[in-house]
Write a protein that binds this ligand. Structure first.
Ligand code: SF4
Length: 138
């Protein structure tokens, strides 16, 4: 298991000078799976207790590890309607990530980065209606 957290790629400084695009570029699929591999799938899920909307964090991370990215986004949406937004603006460092067991080693899972990845993936590649857990979809 890789212990070091996976950093999020950032836009090149030259590109940043030329526009107003996001500096943080988001995880690629490969980077998201690598970060998800670090999760210990804790049975008591202390990270979840730190989430104000009770996202099932170990479950959505497991789905990312399995390559089920849209399903990971849908898992988050069971209790949080805006994973792509919350993955960017929630203070995860003081909430879920602060409660992660790996925070004791100052290497918590980058839950926010993974949430952003799953939310963005769901927007870009929504599953077929039949794959959705209910007809309301998202
Ligand atoms: S506390 Fe950290 S390692 Fe444990 S399930 Fe949550 S994110 Fe994974």
């Amino acid at each position: 298991m890789k212990l070091e957290p996976i950093a999020m790629p950032e836009a090149d400084a030259t590109d940043r000078l030329a526009g107003f695009g996001e500096v943080n570029q988001g995880y690629t699929e490969e980077l998201a799976r690598a970060e998800a591999e670090r999760c210990l799938e804790c049975k008591n899920a202390p990270c979840r207790a730190g989430c104000p909307v009770d996202v099932d964090i170990p479950a959505f991370i497991k789905l990312i590890r399995e390559g089920k990215y849209s399903q990971a986004g849908l898992k988050i949406k069971e209790t949080n309607a805006f994973p792509a937004i919350c993955g960017r603006v929630c203070p995860q460092e003081q909430q879920c990530q602060a409660e992660c067991v790996l925070a004791k080693q100052d290497k918590p899972i980058n839950i926010g980065y993974l949430e952003r990845f799953a939310g963005d993936y769901l927007i870009a590649s929504p599953p077929e209606q039949a794959e959705r857990p209910d007809s309301s979809g998202y």
